[in-house]
Write a protein that binds this ligand. Structure first.
Ligand code: HEM
Ligand code: HEM
Length: 492
């Protein structure tokens, strides 16, 4: 290994980081609009009747989900990869011209594809498969973007100086392989235009699968998109950033091994829990439920490993808002990975399915676990990317509390709304007549929708504070790297 410190190249990291913040604001703003629209449906035409086609709930919902998942979260994952990868493999991207070109292409093709995706979704062009809405030309583009990332991973690993692959690298590799497989199989589709002499638009396609098979493949994909976009890369991030920021070594290497392989083995079988009481074979449903409950073990394995990493150092959690984000993130991870398995039990799912309780579950994971870890990762990286101290620690602390309050309002209102809905839909009299009409439930839910919208707005306000803090950080006085290193016990 060389004596002189390596000059890491962060140009690609910076691009992805800026994109994370920009798309985060847009995607969450759309989420907030959706939340207010559910409470006040007249907001579906908030830009006037003429533009209603673009502002109604159904067009905006897909823009929200795809922009937060594939825009905000994936950008953060890639910003982290281009940062963590170089550091733990002890190699700089600048050492290889090819790697630099691959990294830049990765970002710019992704950026261009994202812009086209936004336009296409607003125009209502979708395959109608949730989280896989893009038509075939865009699917091909996504394949190219993914391969560029994969080539970058392989290239960096190939020229590494550090022989041992740190646990974060395993999780990044797992993310790459699993999403590649999910994307390819779920998006096997036949363009209608070429097949039948011109039916529909040139970009239109139909799935290779039909009926129940289509549903099965779609939810095998959908569930694992959660696993390998909203979970494994985020675990990769926390395994690096928490020890770095706290100066503590990971509590147990053995536990990290067990949790990794447990997660890999179990996650792929649990997708059936999205199709309980449907036409998929009964054994598939039961397998989905059983594997979901088993999934608590590897999920909690990672989360407990994180919490125990802070053993004896809890004063740091009190003192550092950045560590608070990570510890609260792990706690929300435990929370949503207990809630999910409970919802996967058939009798519970009979009440929970189609209700707002599921939306609550989605967001305690997405806002509490994923959102907080993204924020923590950027707060950790920004000073090292720009050689500047974080602009304001007190703003960071205020953001933490505002966003935590926002999440609590979001999920508690959705729990109450969801369980109320589920119970009202199934209530009946002694002759089997339904006790309530659908609109009765909608009326009961109105206050909870408003509380959720307030919670979501708070979360967005916190995120804008974060963007401001980072903006001020990037434009502050530059400090020596050595000064910064002192800010973190394990160094930059
Ligand atoms: C042990 C881990 C987990 C299990 C067993 C699990 C289980 C479930 C179940 C049973 C549903 C409801 C299916 C339905 O009736 O519609 C669901 C939905 C969902 N979960 Fe989880 N969950 C887990 C962790 C997570 C985490 C950590 C996140 C996010 C960060 C997450 C995101 C989602 C999303 C986005 C949906 C909604 C999918 C849709 O219908 O569009 N889950 N999960
Ligand atoms: C300010 C923050 C946010 C607000 C106010 C918000 C609001 C909403 C609303 C109102 C919906 C539609 C619910 C429905 O159809 O009943 C929704 C869906 C969804 N949101 Fe968010 N959201 C926010 C942030 C996020 C983030 C950061 C993520 C992911 C990282 C996310 C992932 C999702 C997903 C996956 C769905 C679809 C859930 C399903 O189909 O079951 N959201 N969001």
């Amino acid at each position: 290994m060389e004596d002189r410190p390596l000059e890491y190249d962060y140009s690609v990291t910076r691009l992805f980081m800026m994109n994370t913040i920009f798309v985060g604001i847009v995607g969450m703003l759309v989420g907030v609009i959706l939340a207010w629209q559910m409470a006040y449906p007249e907001l579906n035409t908030f830009l006037g009747e003429g533009l209603a086609e673009y502002t109604n709930f159904s067009r905006l919902r897909v823009l929200h989900t795809d922009s937060v998942i594939y825009g905000f979260v994936l950008s953060a994952v890639w910003a982290s990869w281009y940062y963590i990868g170089q550091r733990v493999l002890k190699v700089s991207m600048a050492e290889s011209r090819t790697l630099m070109i691959l990294g830049k292409l990765h970002f710019w093709i992704y950026f261009a594809a994202s812009a086209i995706i936004v336009v296409s979704l607003l125009m209502g062009i979708t395959t109608s498969k949730e989280y896989a809405e893009f038509e075939w030309p865009l699917d091909l583009g996504i394949t190219i973007i993914w391969l560029l990332w994969g080539a970058g991973i392989a290239g960096l690993i190939a020229i590494r100086r550090e022989k041992t692959l740190y646990i974060s690298i395993w999780y990044f590799i797992a993310t790459f392989l699993a999403v590649a497989m999910l994307h390819l199989f779920n998006n096997l589709e036949i363009p209608t235009y070429f097949g039948s002499g011109g039916i529909g638009a040139w970009y239109h396609s139909v799935s290779m699968y039909a009926g129940t098979n289509d549903a099965l493949v779609q939810w095998w994909f959908g569930h694992n998109a959660v696993a390998f976009v909203l979970t494994t890369p985020i675990i990769a991030m926390i395994y690096y950033f928490l020890p770095k920021e706290s100066g503590q070594a990971i509590y147990s290497y053995k536990l990290s091994l067990l949790a990794f392989w447990g997660l890999m083995f179990v996650y792929l079988w649990a997708g059936g829990h999205h199709l309980l009481y449907s036409t998929v074979p009964d054994w598939v449903q039961t397998m989905g439920s059983v594997f979901s409950v088993i999934l608590i073990l590897p999920s909690w394995g990672s989360a407990i490993n994180m919490l125990l990493t802070m053993k004896g150092e809890w004063q740091q959690v009190a003192a550092s808002p950045l560590i608070k984000f990570m510890i609260m993130g792990s706690t929300f991870y435990m929370f949503s990975t207990l809630e999910g398995p409970i919802q996967a039990i058939k009798s519970v799912n009979a009440i929970a399915h189609f209700t707002d309780w599921i939306i609550g579950h989605v967001h305690d994971g997405a806002l509490g676990w994923v959102g907080f870890m993204v924020v923590a990762a950027i707060y950790h990286m920004a000073p090292r990317l720009f050689n500047r101290e974080i602009y304001s620690k007190s703003l960071m602390a205020a953001q933490f509390w505002i966003q935590t309050l926002g999440i609590v309002l979001y999920f508690t209102s959705m729990w109450i709304a969801g369980i109320t809905q589920g119970m009202m839909w199934r209530a009946h009299d002694e002759f089997g007549n339904l006790a309530y009409s659908f609109i009765d439930t909608v009326e009961v839910l109105h206050p909870y929708f408003t509380i959720r919208a307030v919670g979501g707005t708070l979360y967005l306000i916190g995120f804008i504070m974060f963007a401001y803090n980072i903006y001020k950080t990037t434009s502050a006085r530059e400090v020596e790297a050595s000064e910064l290193q002192n800010a973190s016990p394990m160094g930059a």
